[in-house]
Design a protein around this ligand. Structure first.
Ligand SMILES: [Cu+2]
Length: 120
């Protein structure tokens, strides 16, 4: 590895750390429904992402225990909102993970994830 590569690699690493810091700063006060680690019933129909500042949600995906990844659609997909509501597909018992991406009002790319379980 020559010096140029080392410097590029170091800059990249610092960039990743800074981005993580930004995400944490914006993520303060963020809440989800279900909450991370919560167990909900199979009759659960919606999920919420709630932010202290408006967030433009660009994509929300759900990894399901059947091995598939589902895209979760919400009515406010293209505008900044403090509360985003997405419709869930029919749920079966098991473990789920939601991954979301968005853009904060100051233009920072944001993302987060949380997990929940479904029981009968
Ligand atoms: Cu920002």
């Amino acid at each position: 590895m020559n010096l140029r590569n080392i410097l590029t690699s170091a800059a990249f690493t610092v960039g990743l750390v800074l981005n993580a810091g930004v995400a944490v700063a914006h993520g303060k006060g963020m809440m989800t429904m279900p909450s991370n680690g919560q167990t909900v019933g199979i009759d659960t129909k919606v999920m919420h992402l709630m932010f202290t500042d408006p967030m433009q949600i660009t994509i929300v995906k759900m990894k399901a225990p059947d091995g598939n990844t589902y895209q979760i659609n919400g009515p406010a997909a293209n505008k900044a909102v403090k509360t985003w509501e997405g419709s869930l597909p029919e749920l079966a018992p098991g473990n789920y993970q939601i991954d979301w991406r968005g853009m904060s009002s100051d233009g920072h790319a944001m993302n987060g994830s949380f997990a929940f379980s479904v029981a009968n």
